[in-house]
Design a protein around this ligand. Structure first.
Ligand code: ADP
Ligand code: MG
Length: 356
């Protein structure tokens, strides 16, 4: 149970980085609340694992500090940080039994055997390996080994934080769902700070109180699922969250209108845009209505995906996506209107505020 502060963390794997591009983490400055459940979401290569390993102490950052409850742990070894980490691939002892693998983190800390037994039995049932306690880990499947790995991360109830790095990747979908809700339950029960890395947005959105979106070595937004959906701070968040992602169209701002090609779109605020900035209008496919009124579009494709249709179209000579209800009709001369409340304006990829 700890508050984690990351202070101006930068990291490059190479010895003497010559350019900004060599930094796997460019600037991470952020506080994770005590007892919070955070999902760390981002594409492959954006720096998620690097950041987790810096928190756990497996990597020393090139620059910056890490604090646990206000104490500087930047140079403290992993085993003194009182955290558990579960990796993407199983880390277990092949020659030990399933039981002993799970008991290891507790015995290592001299927990009394009666308590060890109680905790191991609880965890072994949770991961569904109750019948396997006396088997050595060697003969188990990759999926079973990963469950043991997960169990080892969860077996101690006194850790300050648990860091999960895509721990359910090799687990089948149904079991994934079960394990996820068990992790959530343990989090509620013990109140450890939890950081859960995933590249799966559904997993992130259903799991965490706060979703931390990473892109290119930076945290670009931290928010609730609704905030990420409605007000993406960076165009990347708009593309990445939602399916299909936010439409982003080049726009010229004048007062409270945005011109996209020939079309002029009314805004309900006056964006403050600096001269020379590359400005864009973002609107999600859910907030464009297709009908007989508004601005002309040319439909290129309709994908029926059951609950609704995804209409691909060209608007002001740009491709856009529109989500239409399953029973919504598509007129012969289609037109669109944009919901002004759902329009976001971006300057150099960052969202421009509402203040006039
Ligand atoms: P993620 O977990 O989000 O996929 P990583 O933290 O693994 O991203 O990687 C971030 C960047 O750092 C990538 O460009 C990756 O190639 C690089 N990187 C990761 N590990 C190493 C390493 N051991 N040596 C050199 N570069 C690395
Ligand atoms: Mg990774």
């Amino acid at each position: 149970m700890a508050r984690i502060n990351l202070e101006h963390i930068r990291h490059a794997y190479g010895a003497k980085p010559k350019s900004e591009a060599e930094y796997a983490l460019k600037e991470v400055h952020h506080e994770w609340n005590d007892g919070g459940a955070y999902a760390l979401l981002g594409p492959s290569g954006c720096g998620k694992t690097t950041l987790l390993n810096i928190i756990s102490g497996l990597i020393n950052p090139s620059e910056g500090r890490i604090l646990f409850d206000g104490t500087d742990v930047t140079h403290l070894a992993t085993q003194h940080r009182n955290i558990a980490q579960v990796f993407q691939f199983p880390v277990i002892y092949d020659t030990m039994t399933v039981y002993d693998n799970l008991a290891f983190p507790l015995r290592n800390r001299h927990v009394p055997e009666t308590e060890v037994d109680r905790r191991v039995k609880e965890i072994i049932d949770m991961i569904g390996l109750g019948g396997w306690a006396k088997k050595t880990a060697r003969g188990l499947t990759a999926d079973q080994k990963q469950k043991i790995s997960l169990g080892r991360g969860l077996v101690r109830s006194d850790v300050s934080a648990i860091l999960f790095d895509e721990p359910l990747t090799v687990i089948d979908p149904e079991m994934k769902w079960v394990l996820r809700s068990q992790i959530k339950r343990l989090h509620k029960q013990f109140g450890f700070t939890m950081v859960y890395v995933t590249h799966d947005q559904t997993e992130a959105l259903t799991f965490a109180d706060k979703v931390v979106v990473m892109y290119d070595g930076q945290i670009v937004q931290i928010g609730t699922p609704a905030e990420l959906f409605e007000r993406p701070r960076h165009t990347f968040v708009g593309y990445f969250i939602g399916s299909p992602g936010m439409n982003v169209l080049p726009a010229e701002i004048a007062g409270n209108t945005a011109a996209v090609g020939e079309q002029s779109i009314a805004l309900n605020f006056q964006p403050k845009v600096k001269a020379g900035a590359k400005t864009e209008l973002g609107i999600r496919p859910e907030f464009i209505s297709l009908g007989r009124e508004g601005m002309p579009v040319a439909i290129t494709k309709v994908e029926d995906i059951g609950r609704h249709k995804i209409v691909r179209a060209r608007f002001a000579d740009r491709p856009i996506s529109i989500i239409v209800d399953e029973d919504g009709e598509i007129p012969a001369e289609p037109r669109v209107t944009f919901d002004p409340k759902a329009i976001n304006i971006y300057a150099d990829s960052w969202r421009v505020g509402e203040e006039a």
